[in-house]
Design a protein around this ligand. Sequence first.
Ligand code: FHN
Length: 677
Amino acid sequence: MHNNRLYCLMITFLILLLSVSGFQCQKQDNMAWWREARFGLFIHWGLYAIPAGEWDGVTSYAEWIRTNAQIPVDEYDKFVDQFNPVNYDAEAWVRMAKDAGMKYITITSKHHDGFCLFDSEYTDYDVMSTPFKRDILKELADACHKAGIKICWYHSIMDWHHPDYLPRRSWETNRSSEDADLERYIAHMKNQLEELVTNYGDIGVLWFDGEWEETWTPELGWDLYHYLKKMDPDLIINNRVGKGRSGMAGLTKEGEYAGDFGTPEQEIPATGLPNLDWETCMTMNDHWGWNKIDKNWKSTEDLLRKLADIASKGGNFLLNVGPKPDGTFPQESIDRLAAIGDWMDVNGESIYGTKASPFKYLEWGRCTQKSVWSGTRLYLHVFNWPMDGKLVIPGIYNKADNAHLLGDPETALDVTRQEDALIISMPDAALDPINTVVVLDVKGKPDIGNRPDIHAEQNLFMDELTVEIKSDREDIQIRYTTDGMPVTAKSPVYTAPITLTSSVKVKARCFRDEKPVSGTAESFFEKVAPLKSIQARKVNPGIRYKYYHGNWDALPNFNKLKSEKSGVTKSITVSIREQVDYYGIVFEGFIRVPTTGMYRFYTESDDGSCLLIDGRHIVENDGIHGMEEQGGLIPLEAGFHNIRVEFFERNGGDDLIVSLKGPDMPKQTLTKDMLFH
Ligand code: FHN
């Protein structure tokens, strides 16, 4: 009897283990094609292609033309009768993408203007109401499936056309919002998303956008994410489905936010982001939608090196084309796609399915890597060909197996070691002046002389601070000093976290067989005294504000401006504004902190903001940007302290969230019981 029960328990445990691991595999599996692909085509197309960026003599517009040129909806809708892309050829589009080495296409099913490029049962504001009367997305999806590349949809949450979407544009005073029902709009959007996910075959990604307005919330984002995942568990969804995007930098903020990958826009993260899924989207010129006068095209060299840079940091590259109203790609886009394809034909292996570089920096180019049966294959993207014919790979401790040019695998290159560097003897001339890829196979996992990481929760502390020192390298000892002296083979070996009780510069270095095998890392940790609290005599709930009108591209000196109005508000909120664009607010008063300790303040704002405590600048978050968050640390004595928050909004989305994290206080928005005047 006893054995039977044990047997049953073991079987149950095994079934449970397999089901959990199966779920984890499924989550990992559905991203597998996307991580392999690394390179896709973005397409912004719609009614806005017809004006081609021009309105009332201004020629700088594109897909935002209806809002930026303040075109009344009835006027804009006249484009519906003009949309007739007679030269649209989905197969030709797909062929150009595939020939460029792209593995997926993400096209605007609906941009902010609300016009749908597909035949939707839920609206007449779609391509079937135009003279064209063909389902553009159906033709493109069929061509993608036939060509073996993934079709993906860009879908805007923000909708400037649907009567139930809120908020209205600030200038659209003639479009009543009285009967608008946002819940009804969300139901409509979900119905259209079901059409897009179920009527067009296998869909790779749903790429949301337009999530920044205050009516869209993290909760709505999670609800939409789960709604879609239930419809298709393999669907990949970006982090703009919710509110997790940290502005144009695009990566997901600290905390739990919906979305499977980060979305930097028009920028590439400064450093590698290994083990993080993210995709940089970028235009070839300065506009997403077609603009007939924009000739500021990025060179093929620039685009190819961006592709290598992004892959070397572990990301995907979504490169945009804005087709013309007749359905053709701009010739400049065609030419660049073809040239990129020529390079990818020879070097695609150094992009597809690769992982981030193990090096922090290489002065001559970039590196991507793949695991191979013998160890690691390093793809060395050489932008600057060594004049002396010697390519120096610094700080690598692996044994080299072999090396060759990816474009000339038959010719072995000589590899020698010079201290901590490998030296590859190169041919006189580069195979490709933009980026010649050298393959270097090494034994084992990358063993690179990266400095150890010295880590603590923060660099300021009041009583004591725990410092950890880490390295992911095998078979090394970390040695360190806390007196600012150089780290030598006689310095203490790091075996456990260090507790600091005074200001200290920590230095650390990796050693192997008593020899240094990395540079020296150093970090300074400062012990600070808390700012004394203010003896506020008589305080009242709420914080004072002053409200201003103006058109700025950075925080102005509000002290020199005349305010439009002033008063007291319970919390720090933009809702006291009288218009959604071209305004500024200064909040000033006291904040009461419950205990003495280290406090981290944050502002998340669109556009710029800053925060001062007792006259000290703690948070700098200035400039024109989407919702971006910045933080700053300060030691405070329990009690009242002066707080001042400055904020400005130029145009587009606007919001300001001020939050705080402190001793035994999780990160939270400032509450009204903290604010006084
Ligand atoms: O407002 C859109 C813009 O039109 C374009 O679609 C880009 C591309 O991702 N996204 C938004 C701006 O962040």
